[in-house]
Design a protein around this ligand. Structure first.
Ligand code: THU
Length: 130
Protein backbone atom coordinates (compact mmCIF):
# COMPACT_ATOMS: atom_id res chain seq x y z
CA UNK A 1 0.00 0.00 0.00
CA UNK A 2 1.43 3.35 -1.03
CA UNK A 3 -0.90 5.77 0.81
CA UNK A 4 1.65 6.45 3.54
CA UNK A 5 4.35 7.09 0.95
CA UNK A 6 2.12 9.51 -0.96
CA UNK A 7 1.26 11.33 2.28
CA UNK A 8 4.95 11.65 3.18
CA UNK A 9 5.80 13.00 -0.28
CA UNK A 10 2.93 15.48 -0.08
CA UNK A 11 4.11 16.75 3.32
CA UNK A 12 7.64 17.07 1.96
CA UNK A 13 6.43 19.14 -1.01
CA UNK A 14 4.91 21.60 1.46
CA UNK A 15 8.47 22.22 2.72
CA UNK A 16 9.88 22.87 -0.77
CA UNK A 17 12.08 25.92 -1.20
CA UNK A 18 11.04 26.80 -4.73
CA UNK A 19 10.74 30.59 -4.94
CA UNK A 20 12.12 30.69 -8.50
CA UNK A 21 10.21 27.97 -10.35
CA UNK A 22 7.28 27.88 -7.90
CA UNK A 23 7.25 24.15 -8.74
CA UNK A 24 7.13 22.40 -5.38
CA UNK A 25 8.17 18.74 -5.36
CA UNK A 26 8.24 16.16 -2.59
CA UNK A 27 9.84 12.73 -2.74
CA UNK A 28 9.36 9.86 -0.32
CA UNK A 29 11.39 6.66 -0.27
CA UNK A 30 10.41 3.43 1.42
CA UNK A 31 13.73 1.81 2.25
CA UNK A 32 14.46 -1.87 2.73
CA UNK A 33 13.72 -1.68 6.48
CA UNK A 34 10.25 -0.31 5.75
CA UNK A 35 11.13 3.14 7.10
CA UNK A 36 10.11 6.13 4.99
CA UNK A 37 12.49 9.02 4.19
CA UNK A 38 11.32 12.22 2.55
CA UNK A 39 12.78 15.34 0.99
CA UNK A 40 11.87 18.40 -1.07
CA UNK A 41 13.44 20.44 -3.85
CA UNK A 42 15.66 23.26 -2.64
CA UNK A 43 16.34 26.03 -5.15
CA UNK A 44 19.02 28.72 -5.09
CA UNK A 45 19.35 32.27 -6.39
CA UNK A 46 22.26 30.93 -8.47
CA UNK A 47 19.78 28.69 -10.31
CA UNK A 48 21.96 25.65 -11.22
CA UNK A 49 22.93 25.27 -7.55
CA UNK A 50 19.46 24.10 -6.55
CA UNK A 51 18.58 20.45 -6.28
CA UNK A 52 15.63 18.11 -6.69
CA UNK A 53 13.42 16.45 -4.10
CA UNK A 54 14.76 12.98 -4.86
CA UNK A 55 18.38 13.60 -3.74
CA UNK A 56 17.02 15.25 -0.59
CA UNK A 57 15.14 12.04 0.22
CA UNK A 58 18.14 9.89 -0.74
CA UNK A 59 20.31 11.94 1.60
CA UNK A 60 17.89 11.39 4.50
CA UNK A 61 17.90 7.64 3.78
CA UNK A 62 21.68 7.34 3.58
CA UNK A 63 22.19 9.42 6.72
CA UNK A 64 19.84 7.02 8.55
CA UNK A 65 22.15 4.18 7.56
CA UNK A 66 20.10 2.66 4.71
CA UNK A 67 21.16 2.08 1.12
CA UNK A 68 18.33 0.14 -0.55
CA UNK A 69 15.16 1.69 -1.99
CA UNK A 70 12.03 -0.52 -2.08
CA UNK A 71 9.58 2.06 -3.44
CA UNK A 72 9.60 5.77 -4.25
CA UNK A 73 6.91 8.41 -4.71
CA UNK A 74 7.35 11.80 -6.38
CA UNK A 75 4.62 14.33 -5.60
CA UNK A 76 3.80 17.61 -7.36
CA UNK A 77 0.68 19.67 -7.99
CA UNK A 78 1.37 19.82 -11.72
CA UNK A 79 -0.61 19.71 -14.95
CA UNK A 80 1.01 16.43 -15.95
CA UNK A 81 2.17 13.70 -13.56
CA UNK A 82 5.65 14.59 -12.28
CA UNK A 83 8.26 11.92 -12.97
CA UNK A 84 11.88 11.98 -11.78
CA UNK A 85 14.15 14.04 -14.06
CA UNK A 86 16.93 12.26 -15.93
CA UNK A 87 19.63 12.94 -13.35
CA UNK A 88 17.36 11.78 -10.53
CA UNK A 89 16.67 8.51 -12.34
CA UNK A 90 20.39 7.80 -12.29
CA UNK A 91 20.63 8.84 -8.62
CA UNK A 92 17.79 6.47 -7.74
CA UNK A 93 19.39 3.64 -9.74
CA UNK A 94 22.37 3.81 -7.38
CA UNK A 95 20.15 2.43 -4.60
CA UNK A 96 17.22 0.74 -6.39
CA UNK A 97 16.73 -2.28 -8.64
CA UNK A 98 15.15 -2.07 -12.09
CA UNK A 99 11.87 -3.51 -10.77
CA UNK A 100 11.50 -0.87 -8.02
CA UNK A 101 8.12 0.90 -8.26
CA UNK A 102 8.21 4.66 -8.99
CA UNK A 103 4.89 6.35 -8.20
CA UNK A 104 3.82 9.81 -9.31
CA UNK A 105 1.21 11.52 -7.17
CA UNK A 106 -0.56 14.84 -6.72
CA UNK A 107 -3.37 16.35 -4.66
CA UNK A 108 -5.85 13.77 -6.01
CA UNK A 109 -3.57 10.83 -5.14
CA UNK A 110 -1.70 8.42 -7.39
CA UNK A 111 -1.38 9.54 -11.03
CA UNK A 112 1.04 7.07 -12.52
CA UNK A 113 3.23 4.10 -11.70
CA UNK A 114 6.29 2.73 -13.49
CA UNK A 115 9.33 0.66 -12.65
CA UNK A 116 12.69 2.40 -12.41
CA UNK A 117 13.88 0.13 -15.23
CA UNK A 118 11.10 1.40 -17.49
CA UNK A 119 12.08 5.02 -16.72
CA UNK A 120 15.82 4.39 -17.10
CA UNK A 121 16.48 1.49 -19.47
CA UNK A 122 20.09 0.43 -19.91
CA UNK A 123 21.14 2.41 -16.83
CA UNK A 124 24.81 3.22 -16.50
CA UNK A 125 26.63 1.00 -14.04
CA UNK A 126 30.30 0.47 -13.28
CA UNK A 127 29.57 -3.26 -13.65
CA UNK A 128 30.03 -2.61 -17.37
CA UNK A 129 33.64 -1.56 -16.79
CA UNK A 130 36.29 -3.32 -18.88
N1 THU B 1 12.33 18.87 -9.63
C1 THU B 1 12.40 17.91 -8.67
O1 THU B 1 12.51 18.22 -7.47
N2 THU B 1 12.38 16.60 -9.06
C2 THU B 1 12.25 16.19 -10.35
O2 THU B 1 12.40 15.01 -10.63
C3 THU B 1 11.91 17.17 -11.38
C4 THU B 1 12.23 18.59 -11.05
C5 THU B 1 12.40 20.28 -9.21
C6 THU B 1 13.69 20.97 -9.59
C7 THU B 1 13.27 22.41 -9.59
O3 THU B 1 13.40 22.92 -8.26
C8 THU B 1 11.81 22.37 -9.96
O4 THU B 1 11.39 21.04 -9.82
C9 THU B 1 11.51 22.84 -11.38
O5 THU B 1 12.31 22.16 -12.29
Amino acid sequence: MSADLIAAASSAAARAHAPYSRFRVGAAIRAASGAVYAGCNIENAAYPQGWCAEPSAISAMVMAGETRIAEICVWADSARPCTPCGGCRQKLAEFAAADTPVISAGPAGERGRWTLGALLPEAFSLDGEA
